[in-house]
Ligand binder design. Structure first.
Ligand code: CAA
Length: 260
């Protein structure tokens, strides 16, 4: 069953996985404030719900999201942009502590591409197109696109995308590490769900620690990243799931993780 918000659809929890579908087809899923606020609210409550172990976000077969809502953005002057509530919604999305997996078909542009970069794993249909066309509007990416893109695809491709506004294909995005797998469009959501369901069976404290430590690699030195890894690794030695995982291996049986 799908729970209808104004701009997104939210599934029931299936095997530990919640699926969010961006649902403004008439506006190519443009990420207006309402949509980002609903998405951030759903992720905030998913973070608190132990039954939810991973979240999948997707669009439709033609478009993931065509970016910030240009019509909404047009009304903002500099003070409006400064005080834009979307900044806070993006921050809440970035802080979601559980795995977020994107299944992307069609256009992922501007804020849509930036939403892709907020996901931990990205599966793309072979019809996907990624780009940061903000330059054509006299602006630059404003939801982390300059920083996350450069850290993801390297300097030359980040510059190419941001300065020229050109799009890249799913295959190019995979070659540059923006996407981990490319499928036929009909399979991308199923594959994302498959991965999410698999992750949902893993020990949740270890999953959360892994996400936190991996994301730190974006923004810290090797030395402090390794130190954080060591601390997280040590902390996990105190969990029941670690004992269970090791015992199950020794006893040649499947582990039964409890999240403790
Ligand atoms: N905001 C608002 N509406 C949008 C939109 C957007 N970002 N993208 C598409 N739409 C709307 C169009 O206005 C159109 O609506 P109407 O029929 O009511 O006119 C509808 O969606 C379909 O769009 P097109 O007719 O343009 O469809 P197309 O197939 O010819 O082209 C497209 C598709 C290439 C995605 C084109 O719509 C496009 O270039 N969209 C804008 C992409 C863009 O510039 N994104 C960056 C936005 S700025 C940003 O994201 C800032 C940030 O970093 C946060």
């Amino acid at each position: 069953m799908q729970h209808e918000y104004q701009d997104i659809l939210v599934s029931d929890i299936v095997s530990g996985v919640l699926t969010i579908t961006l649902n403004r087809p008439e506006a190519y899923n443009a990420l207006r404030t309402q949509l980002l606020s609903e998405m951030a609210d759903v992720l905030d409550s998913a973070a608190q719900n132990d039954e939810i172990r991973a979240v999948v976000v997707t669009g439709n077969e033609k478009v993931f999201a065509a970016g910030a809502d240009i019509k909404e953005m047009a009304a903002l002057d500099a003070v409006g942009v400064l005080n834009d509530p979307r900044v806070g919604h993006w921050r809440r999305i970035a802080q979601f502590p559980k795995p977020l997996i994107a299944a992307v078909n069609g256009f992922a542009l501007g804020g849509g591409c930036e939403l892709v970069m907020h996901a931990d794993i990205v599966i793309a249909g072979d019809n996907a197109q990624f780009g940061q066309p903000e330059i054509n509007l006299g602006i630059i990416p404003g939801a982390g696109g300059t920083q996350r893109l450069l850290r993801t695809v390297g300097k030359s491709m980040a510059m190419q995308l941001v300065l020229s506004g050109e799009f890249i294909t799913a295959a190019q995005a995979r070659d540059f590490g923006l996407v981990s797998e490319v499928t036929i469009p009909e399979r991308s959501l199923e594959r994302a769900n498959e991965l999410a369901r698999k992750i949902a069976t893993k020990p949740p404290i270890a999953v959360r620690q892994a996400k936190e430590v991996l994301l730190k690699a974006y923004e810290t030195t090797l030395d402090s990243g390794l130190s954080l890894e060591r601390k997280a690794f040590t902390l996990l030695a105190a969990t029941e799931d670690r004992n269970e995982g090791i015992a199950a291996f020794m006893e040649k049986r499947k582990p039964n993780f409890t999240g403790k």
